[in-house]
Ligand binder design. Structure first.
Ligand SMILES: [Ca+2]
Length: 343
């Protein structure tokens, strides 16, 4: 009699055990060995040790001395949350469906303040003292430079080494040239207040003038969007075909807006921006909507070298192959290649 009661009970227990092995929708430790691994670092790329990574809060692992972590035996959709005192992280959700799955994390120090930089001059090059620099872009030893002021605005190609003007397109007197960039093999030159964008080929033959719905100051691109400033704290990502806003970032430090954002350069996923009428370039992290760095360029040029009143720092260009950063100013006699030194 007792045996008759026990056998169905054992069958029921076996059934429950078998069916419950797949109960968890978010995470299952499967027989197939899938790895999730990656690095956890601070914004300067330094690995953070002892970071606890919670995987859907069911299992966890910890980073090693150099910030590396790995966990084995996961599958399905998994959310990962790193935890370390003094740092904040954005959690990440991934679908683990291959042998190696890589997820990196960058920890933002709580009460994060931007890294400050000073500079070393690596090279000096001649710069036209008549060029009221509004936009600067580097490609293959050539600088593309857009200049401003009514009656003096132009778009030019300049030999980096000699400063020789190789090509020039002069704007009509009613246009005040602003930022430039090259996107999809076209040179874009924006203008101030006239709502016109000039578009050239790389020999500076004008392809067309188009209506542009913004008063642009600085211009750069991320290979997909035009990215513009307008003298406020706003950075706009613009669809280059429709001129519609894809994304907007308000640039702040400690929740205070940074105004007068001017010439721009997109470098390794970050936006370098001149602050008008200052010797400062800020490094904006567009993904975190934070300022990661502040470059102090005081002392870059000897003020006795020039006479003009409006000669502020303006002009950032980057050579991605040579990792060279170029800066100049309006009506400056020199253009500099600089390297950044953390303070
Ligand atoms: Ca630029």
């Amino acid at each position: 009699m007792i045996k008759k009661q026990i056998i169905p009970l054992i069958i029921l227990l076996l059934f429950l055990t078998l069916t419950c092995s797949g109960c968890d929708n978010n995470l299952s430790l499967s027989n197939i060995t899938y790895n999730v691994s990656g690095n956890v670092s601070d914004i300067n790329g330094v690995g953070l040790k002892n970071v606890i990574l919670n995987f859907a809060s069911q299992v966890s692992t910890q980073t090693t001395e150099d910030g590396y972590y790995q966990i084995t035996g996961l599958t399905g959709e998994i959310s990962i949350t790193p935890v370390l005192d003094g740092y904040s992280f954005e959690p990440n959700t991934i679908t683990v469906n291959q042998k190696q799955n890589n997820v990196d994390f960058i920890g933002q120090k709580d009460n994060h303040l931007p890294q400050k930089y000073t500079f070393n001059i690596v090279n000096e090059y001649p710069h036209d003292i008549e060029a009221f620099t509004q936009g600067l872009y580097y490609e293959k030893d050539i600088l593309y430079e857009g200049t401003g002021l009514y009656g003096q605005s132009d778009m030019r190609k300049v030999d980096l080494e000699t400063g020789e003007i190789l090509d020039i397109y002069k704007l009509d007197n009613q246009y005040f040239g602003e930022g430039i960039t090259i996107l999809n093999e076209k040179v874009y030159q924006s203008t101030w207040k006239s709502n016109i964008m000039f578009i050239y080929d790389k020999d500076l033959n004008l392809i067309k003038k188009t209506k542009f719905p913004f008063h642009c100051w600085g211009l750069t691109d991320d290979n997909v969007h035009l990215i513009m400033s307008d003298g406020t704290s706003l950075i706009r990502y613009i669809d280059p075909n429709k001129y519609e806003v894809s994304k907007e970032i308000e640039v702040t430090i400690n929740n205070e807006p940074i105004n007068n954002i001017n010439e721009l350069e997109y470098i390794d996923g970050k936006i370098y921006a001149n602050i008008w009428q200052s010797n400062t370039i800020i490094i904006i992290n567009p993904h975190k909507k934070k300022v990661d760095g502040i470059i102090d360029l005081n002392g870059l040029i000897n003020p006795h070298l020039y006479q003009h009143e409006l000669n502020v720092l303006n002009g950032i260009a980057y050579d991605p192959d040579g990792n060279r950063l170029f800066v100049t100013g309006k009506l400056w006699p020199k253009l500099f290649e600089i390297e950044l030194i953390p303070k």
